[in-house]
Design a protein around this ligand. Structure first.
Ligand SMILES: [Zn+2]
Length: 261
């Protein structure tokens, strides 16, 4: 082994450069790794239907122990162990098949266009007897750690909740925050309407029920985390992704839709 003192100046410089190069390479490699894993975790956080409400309680019957990995990040509390079929058969038949296919294109539509599309669908305010003037915009309110992404429509307990538009009931669901809830798709399969805190469903309500605009689906209540003294309907609209999963979507402001000029 050669002693350091015996190295020529060129050899010393070369050794120092090699050491510095190795260090820089190491730092760069670590930085790139950190960035890649940050990207991965961003991608792993899908937009979720009803971030506050959708945390589904595993149905009692769904006993399988495996937990699906994909949307787990955002549905932490209790994604059903066995994922439900995307659509009840009756809905799959009711929805227009051509529309089902083209939503991959729709997902790139901007928020303004989405609101205009929904406004053109002339949705009913989903609580019987409530006028547009009584609505207020709480879509962007922060509730806990999340945005509300819905509107609350206050009405006495037992007031009929009606279908905002035609479509099909895809999921009857009970969650801790949302209480008794109902997910409906529009006829094109582009949007999900979400109704929460229901006192109860209308008699004979079932997944796969086909709805006309204005059909009674249930009654205003305070189930879930609503204050018992302030019955209201929590109503949200989600644009569905191409996979048509009732628990995954991009929230659209219902207030903007109902008040669109
Ligand atoms: Zn709400």
């Amino acid at each position: 082994m050669k002693r350091w003192q015996t190295f020529s100046i060129f050899e010393k410089v070369a050794v120092v450069l090699l050491a510095v190069g190795a260090m820089l390479g190491g730092i760069l490699w670590m930085a790139m790794n950190a960035k890649a894993s940050a990207n991965r975790s961003q991608r792993a956080t899908p937009a979720v239907v009803a971030p506050q409400r959708a945390a589904p309680i595993a149905p009692v019957a769904a006993a399988a122990p495996t937990r699906p990995s994909a949307p787990a990040t955002s549905l932490k509390p209790a994604l059903p162990a066995v994922l439900p079929a995307t659509l009840p058969r009756a809905c799959a038949e009711a929805l227009r098949p051509t529309a089902i296919k083209d939503t991959a294109a729709n997902t790139s539509v901007d928020a303004k266009t989405t609101v205009r599309m929904l406004a053109a669908m002339d949705l009913a305010i989903p609580v019987a007897g409530i006028e547009k003037a009584a609505l207020y915009d709480s879509f962007s309110d922060v509730r806990g750690k999340r945005m509300h992404e819905a509107i609350d429509i206050h009405a006495p307990r037992g007031t009929p909740v009606i279908a905002a538009g035609a479509g099909c009931v895809v999921k009857l669901f009970r969650s801790v925050p949302g209480g008794i809830t109902l997910y409906q798709y529009d006829l094109e399969g582009n949007f999900a309407y979400y109704y929460a805190h229901l006192d109860r469903y209308v008699d004979n309500m079932a997944e796969g029920t086909q709805l006309k605009r204005g059909d009674v689906i249930g009654y205003v209540g305070t189930t879930g985390n609503a204050s018992p003294s302030a019955p209201h309907l929590h109503f949200a609209i989600y644009r569905l992704g191409p996979e048509k999963r009732w628990w995954v979507g991009t929230a659209v402001n219902p207030y903007a839709v109902f008040t669109y000029q």
